[in-house]
Design a protein around this ligand. Structure first.
Ligand code: ZN
Length: 476
């Protein structure tokens, strides 16, 4: 067995500062009680106990290829069904409560959030992989310029901070050899503090949701017999909203050798649909590792919602912690795992009551299944750099547009625009896997901009936490 010892190794070159923030295109709104429910996932397939994954289709032409039906082990599939929307809600309600003061790093509310996450990791039974045998990973930090925080005496003042804390726990893999290889699930628990009136930027969607998902995935896969063969690292970062500083600090002084990391996924943010009756699960950045992209194409059947693969370059101006992994030398394959939904992005309206627990529950189950599936194999994914944007990106967009066209929540004007853009995307798809020309790229840019804009102009309804028909099994 190759143990994962807390060793210090220089991470790659320190990457240049990039803009903070998270989130995506789309928009969001909410759910309506009359929306068709997500059916509970199918029962376990007959136990093909071998945890090894099926072989990937060789040089698959993904467009039109029917999704394969990958399987997990029976204990894993049973564990995924214990994912609880009630625990997800408890986590978000705690982290995004007004008392947390919008969680700017170092503030009293942020410390409460940090200690709560640490206690959750201990209770779940993860191994601490911060510093000195603790879950906490302290590092020198700095104030987030222009931000305000609520102080211990209740006063509002400028953000002050000198130490950040990532919270890190390991779920050790079940295979003596493969457990030295690691899949990383990232989420960030810091947010933007308070506004001038002292109202918290609650950050329920950004990114209390990701933290809730990471803890629930950890809890599920810690069940007896459910751990994948590879290890899973739950890296809950600080200071994401402050230059991705927490993720960078850990990569500069990692507590496990970076060459053991197979893939890193940033869950940020999750839990909203584009319109009340449609929203996808997005994975962006996998095109930088075609092997990883082909692998994750096998997992689309793990979710009830559409899973679409978006070229990272089509989401300019936004960043999340996974981006730091691209900047290492050598880079590590990484992906952005998110639900588009910008309605309340970086506003004081990003409160727990706006979370759509149908897509959050499905996204959590998807993450647990996809990570277990990737953790059961010994397949490695090479990072091969940023490829050109091809017609595959049009395919991802047209899946979203096709979903939107089924929605009953759109205005006639929106429906007309979506219909027109959908037709244009279909033309682009005929290009195949070649690099797109300038006109096609412009159309694609328009399509993604439209999805982005839809969020701000189409807030829709706020979903009740648990619409009668929605979540599946709800264990507490
Ligand atoms: Zn953010």
């Amino acid at each position: 067995m190759l143990p994962i010892n807390p060793t210090r190794r220089a991470g790659g070159a320190r990457p240049p500062l990039c803009i903070l923030a998270a989130a995506l295109l789309g928009c969001a709104a909410a759910a309506r009680a009359d929306d068709p429910a997500a059916a509970p996932p199918a029962a376990d397939p007959p136990a093909a106990a071998a945890p090894e994954a099926p072989t990937a289709p060789a040089a698959a032409e993904p467009a039109g290829a029917p999704p394969l039906a990958p399987t997990l082990t029976p204990p894993q599939e049973a564990a995924v069904l214990t994912v609880s929307p009630h625990r997800l809600k408890e986590a978000i309600d705690f982290l995004a409560a007004p008392e947390r003061g919008g969680r700017p790093s170092g503030s009293p509310g942020h410390r409460q959030a940090r200690d709560w996450i640490r206690a959750q990791m201990a209770q779940i039974g993860l191994e601490p992989l911060g510093k000195d045998g603790d879950f906490l990973f302290p590092y020198p930090s700095h104030p987030n310029a222009g931000r305000l925080q609520r102080n211990a005496d209740g006063s509002i003042g400028p953000h002050v901070n000198d130490t950040g804390y990532d919270v890190i726990g390991l779920l050790r893999g079940s295979d003596p050899d493969l457990s030295s290889e690691v899949l990383v699930l990232l989420a960030h628990y810091d947010h933007l503090g308070v506004d001038k009136k002292g109202v918290a930027f609650a950050g329920a969607f950004d990114d209390a949701s990701g933290v809730a998902v990471a803890l629930e995935v950890a809890r599920a896969l810690k069940a007896p017999g459910a751990a994948p063969r590879r290890s899973l690292l739950f890296l809950i970062t600080d200071d994401e909203e402050n230059g991705l500083s927490g993720a960078r600090a850990w990569l500069a002084a990692p507590t496990l050798p970076l060459d053991r990391i197979v893939l890193a996924i940033s869950a940020d943010p999750l839990g909203r649909r584009i319109v009340p009756d449609y929203g996808p699960i997005v994975l962006a950045g996998l095109e930088r590792s075609p092997q990883a992209l082909d692998f994750f194409r096998e997992t689309v059947g793990f979710a009830e919602h559409d899973v679409v693969f978006v070229h990272r370059s089509l989401i300019p101006r936004f960043h999340s912690d996974h981006d730091c992994f691209y900047e290492l030398k050598p880079p590590i394959p990484a992906a952005w795992f998110t639900n588009p939904g910008m309605t309340f992005y970086h506003t004081v309206g990003d409160t727990p009551d706006t979370i759509d627990y149908r897509i959050l529950l499905d996204s959590t189950r998807y993450a647990a299944r996809a990570l277990a599936y990737a953790g059961n194999t010994n397949r490695r994914f090479a990072y091969t750099g940023v490829p050109p944007i091809t017609a595959e990106s049009a395919l991802a967009a047209s899946v979203i547009f096709r979903g939107l066209l089924r929605s009953t929540s759109l205005t006639e004007a929106e429906r007309t625009t979506i219909g027109f853009l959908f037709g244009e995307l279909e033309k682009i798809e005929k290009f195949g896997r070649r690099k797109l020309d300038a006109h096609a790229l412009q159309t694609l840019g328009k399509a993604f901009f439209f999805l982005f804009q839809l969020g701000y102009t189409h807030p829709g309804l706020v979903p009740p936490p648990f619409p009668e028909a929605a979540p599946g099994p709800a264990q507490k």
